[in-house]
Design a protein around this ligand. Sequence first.
Ligand SMILES: [Zn+2]
Length: 433
Amino acid sequence: MIKNVKIISIEKKTVSDGYLEIDGKIIKKVNKGEPPIETLNQVSRVIDGKGKWLLPGFVNTHTHVGMNLLRGYSDELPLQRWLQEKMWPFEAKLDRASVAAARRLALVEMLKSGTTTFLEMYHLFMDDFAEEIQDVGIRATLMRSMIGLCPTEEQEAKLKEAKEFALNWHQKAEGRIQTMLAPHAPYTCPPNFIKRIVEEATALQLPVHMHLAETKKEVDDHINEYGLHPVHHLDELGVLKEVDWLFAHGVFLEDEHLEVLQSAKSVAISHNPISNLKLGSGIAAVSKWQQYDLNICLGTDSVASNNTLDMVEEMRMAALIHKGIERDPTVVTSIDALHMATLNGSKALQFEGVKGIKEGAEADFVLINGNQAHLQPESQLFSHLVYALNSQDVTDVYVQGVALMENKQLLTLDEEKIIYEANHEFRQVMSRL
Ligand SMILES: [Zn+2]
């Protein structure tokens, strides 16, 4: 039980002083005031949450943490050159040890900044990572990403690997792992390959994740080659109505594309404002997206284009940038941004049990040290969470009722060793380049 804590319900837009009782993975009771003496005597552990705020953990709906050693490796290049000249050559030199070190570094960073769930879209050593997630206790949606710029046999071999991975790990680790199929993007996957992937996803009843309309060049090239915007092309291929989709970016989506997406089976879009800014891709029209029946969530993308996995920063950027670009302070409210950073994300990643701080929900939450100058006065907490919070204010992280960080100490990861090994592996990769 955590008592004496400020409980923040994003859905109800309420803050109440009270207690939270956890039974196994589940929130058994949320109530105002002091817990009854008989309950206090029954629970195995009571934590005094004095001065702390309790809210849902952050959900990062688009990243590639296998790339975590590429932080700062290349800044200030356009997407195509950045990928072809810097990212892909470096990645070609990654091996099992360096990818594992990169991912452990990401797990440390994510947990310390209050992320309880994330999506990993990557092609290397996915089984190793799923095993690690099983041990570490964090929640993740995993997929073996596929690039289809290769002969059909090679495409099919990738698809086979992706399917096997998805089947092996779907709903494993006590339900903390979900899987999807993931064509990388329309500019790296020919239409027939996307169709094949969606065919398999339909048979397996899995959602599909894909980069979409991230840069103007990519969209213009698509129109030149096929005569259609990628969204219209997907529609024409008949794949939008077959499966649940989670797209990343969507920087170049106009009303006519949003209408098509709204009429699809179900569409979530991961807004990645910092990555889009850093790569000079542009600014997605999120306040326009909000006029459609689409689930809008947030992602950091990889640290090669962000350069952190900090969802608090991403949330603040999402809340600020649209106000500036539209010269309208009323768009993307703090409540909108909090939904995008938490509950919309767990829905997009298909964790139905993760539904906020309420009875019967899975007990995924974070505690924040509210006793800090930048979070005073102690009122307007929803404003503070979006416009004043720092991710370093997160003190405790729980997933399925299990503490993964307590008083800023990680309990299932050796932070010092992981930082040392990440640097060692980075030097090894550089020596192979
Ligand atoms: Zn990405």
